[in-house]
Design a protein around this ligand. Structure first.
Ligand SMILES: Cc1cc2nc3c(=O)[nH]c(=O)nc-3n(C[C@H](O)[C@H](O)[C@H](O)COP(=O)(O)OP(=O)(O)OC[C@H]3O[C@@H](n4cnc5c(N)ncnc54)[C@H](O)[C@@H]3O)c2cc1C
Length: 299
């Protein structure tokens, strides 16, 4: 079994001018949820030949053990490179180092290095004594002490808590890359212009050459997307919002619209030469499968 560094996956794909397709999951809360994920959802998504996948790290660091366990299970059972997300929440450097050592022992080669959100939904992030304040510190620590390929989060509309404006947030992203990150995965967004402006700024103004992989969420219900965007600060374009409002009582129709919207969004992004697409699958297969199937001619 040969797991790859994601930086190498992106380099191979860039050389062949094909996009890397990746899927994101979260650790299910119940055994039943885990059984559905491993027996139905993952096998269905794997028919789409993803290049890698990733597993989130629960709010407050709550799923630590579970995340690593899921990542190794995916790698072992499906022979697919999988990345573990890791946050600085409620953790000292020693705690983080022990997670990284365990990840290495489990054959995990890739870490998405994040700060995490303030536990309990507060506005300000309070670093743990003896821990890290920003994801950049985590990136630097991983690069100095371990051999993982490192991804970081990027925000096409600027991070929700960055009061100084988008461009300051983007300079901080450049600092994460300079600290040793290999690639960026973005927050979900629905207006490709936001992504393209961000990408241009990163490459032309800040000289950042690493891949910036768009994070794509096929909408599955009006209520859900309103909730997500209010939490992460992403905006919903006016026309899309009107359509979603009209489908607020009909989740099946909202999901069908979500698929149609995501296909068009991804086609435009691929025509703009993005190096990959990262799908927020929310542990469901249907929408992502439909979207990726429709993109076959680009692969
Ligand atoms: C692809 C993706 C995956 C994610 N996965 C998870 C997950 O698995 N688990 C989870 O809990 N959360 C996850 N998140 C959410 C993420 O943890 C939050 O968005 C969090 O609020 C910010 O994380 P970050 O790594 O971008 O933080 P940072 O890069 O540390 O930035 C956080 C804030 O601090 C500011 N900042 C950075 N450096 C400095 C500095 N030197 N001085 C002053 N201000 C600074 C930034 O502008 C920003 O406003 C994910 C987000 C994305 C986009």
């Amino acid at each position: 079994m040969h797991m790859e560094y994601i930086r190498d996956i992106h380099s191979h794909k860039a050389r062949s001018k094909k996009p890397a397709i990746s899927f994101e999951f979260f650790p299910p809360k119940t055994q039943k949820g885990e059984a559905v994920l491993f027996e139905k959802t993952l096998p269905a998504l794997l028919t789409m030949r993803p290049d890698y996948c990733s597993v989130t790290y629960g709010a407050g660091g709550s799923t630590k053990g579970k995340t690593l366990e899921m990542v190794s299970r995916i790698q072992d059972e499906f022979d697919l490179t999988c990345m573990s997300h890791l946050t600085c929440v409620n953790a000292t450097r020693e705690d983080i180092n022990s997670v990284l050592c365990e990840a290495h022992e489990r054959g995990i080669k890739n870490i998405l290095a994040l700060r995490g959100d303030p536990p309990g939904g507060g506005a300000d992030f309070e670093p743990t004594a003896g821990g890290f304040t920003y994801s950049m510190d985590l990136v630097r620590f991983i690069r100095a002490n371990h051999a993982f390929s490192i991804g970081v989060a990027g925000f096409p509309e600027g991070h929700i808590a960055c009061d100084e404006g988008q461009e300051v947030d983007w300079e901080r992203l450049k600092a994460k890359i300079d600290a040793g990150a290999d690639f960026v995965i973005t927050q979900l967004f629905f207006d490709n212009e936001d992504y393209l402006r961000f990408r241009d700024h990163m490459s032309k103004k800040l000289g950042m050459e690493k891949p910036i992989i768009p994070g794509i969420l096929p909408v599955i219900s009006t209520g859900q997307i309103k909730r997500f965007t209010s939490l992460c600060g992403a905006s919903i374009p006016e026309k899309m919002m009107q359509r979603l409002q009209s489908l607020a009582e009909d989740d099946a129709a909202a999901a069908a619209f979500g698929i149609e919207y995501a296909i068009e969004q991804c086609e435009q992004l691929l025509q703009e030469g993005v190096q990959g697409l990262h799908f927020y699958c929310l542990n469901k297969a249907h929408s992502t499968v439909q979207v990726v199937k429709a993109l076959e001619r680009f692969r």
